[in-house]
Design a protein around this ligand. Structure first.
Ligand code: UT7
Length: 313
């Protein structure tokens, strides 16, 4: 079975930084509460930028770094639950921004915070029968647009941003993946589109319980599929950046060495489908994630969906 070779990454984070202190002027919260419960100190909110603009900057950066052009791209997918429009899709508009060919397969995909890994799996599968050998997969969210900014239960958790990868199908590689969903409509629900104003409703404790269960289980399944006894035989683990306590819980259960599980939610908050590709881009940029390394990544979110992949970088 072939696997994707990720050629390069990119990211785009809106300029406006919103600290916990700033939020505490609008709702009854504090940096101490938010940081101790989530690991988040600040996030970025769009101030006029669209999801398409974020996606296009991240995608262009990934394509430039990979040295691929529109003549190489056969698939263009965007994972998002906060597209600029219900239709046309962000991916379709991105096609034009990037100057991609007319026969490129372009669509948005909503698997909430697991959306990037769903996109990676889907793009890779589509490359078997695509007009050209490379794909661009983006996670892009403008969550500040669908939040109730007066609801302290949710408004402190999320941030905006986009991350992207350029990839090529590679017959010489293999990977292991896990996917699932639960048909759950109550744990996380985003109202709209329609006459009702958009807002995120979340049963935080239920999602927390789901997340710790599914992260640990997915990692164990992927290790077993690869024939690895310990998580410490991996080079890096990148989980969806919803809450530092979820990641710490999984790391502890799996007896992981210090620093194996990457965390950056302190600076970005939970950027849903964008969180994993943003983290990958940071790790590549700092030289922490290098070719040949064994990487395990897990996403989870509304739906309730989850996805995991174990691959060689
Ligand atoms: O990406 C999608 C996946 N989403 C997630 O993974 C989210 C998973 N869940 C969580 O991360 C946590 O459940 C939260 C961070 C959302 C909440 O943490 P918690 O420890 O479960 O807190 P809680 O909801 O039980 O609230 C505890 C208290 C409550 O007050 P009382 O009832 O004990 O008096 C809340 O009203 O904290 C209060 N509270 C706050 N206080 C200050 C809730 N939000 C805030 C806030 N600031 N922002």
């Amino acid at each position: 079975m072939s696997a994707p070779r990720i050629l390069a990454t990119g990211r785009c984070i809106p300029a406006r930084v919103v600290t916990n202190e700033e939020l505490s002027e609008a709702v009854d919260t504090s940096d101490e509460w938010v940081f101790s419960r989530t690991g988040i100190h600040q996030r970025h909110f769009c101030a006029g930028e669209t999801g398409l603009e974020l996606a296009a900057k991240a995608a262009r950066q990934a394509m430039d770094r990979a040295g691929v052009t529109a003549a190489d791209i056969g698939v263009c997918l965007v994972g998002t639950f906060t597209p600029d429009h219900a239709s046309p899709s962000t991916a379709c508009l991105l096609q034009r921004e990037l100057g991609l060919e007319e026969d490129t397969i372009c669509f948005d995909l909503n698997a909430a915070c697991a959306g990037f890994l769903y996109g990676l799996k889907t793009a890779h599968a589509l490359l078997f029968d695509a007009p050209r050998p490379c794909a661009i997969v983006v996670g892009a969210e403008v969550i500040s647009r669908v939040m109730d900014h007066t609801d302290r239960d949710t408004c402190v958790l999320f941030g905006d941003g986009a991350g992207a990868v350029a990839l090529r199908r590679d017959e010489s590689r293999s990977w292991h993946t896990v996917f699932g969903s639960r048909g759950d409509r109550s744990s996380i629900r985003v109202q709209g589109p329609g006459p009702v104003p958009s807002a995120i409703h979340m049963d935080g404790k239920a999602v927390f319980r789901f997340a710790v269960e599914v992260v640990e289980r997915s990692i164990r399944q992927l290790l077993e599929a690869e024939g690895i006894c310990s998580v410490n035989d991996l080079d890096l683990v990148v989980c969806h950046q919803a809450n530092a306590r979820i990641i710490d819980h999984a790391a502890k259960k799996l007896k992981a060495r210090e620093g194996l599980f990457y965390k950056n939610m302190d600076r970005y908050g939970n950027t849903s489908a964008a969180s994993i590709p943003i983290a990958l881009d940071e790790l590549v940029e700092t030289g922490t994630l290098r070719p040949g390394m064994r990487l395990l990544t897990v996403g989870f979110g509304g739906g309730l969906t989850w996805a995991g992949a174990l691959l060689r970088w």
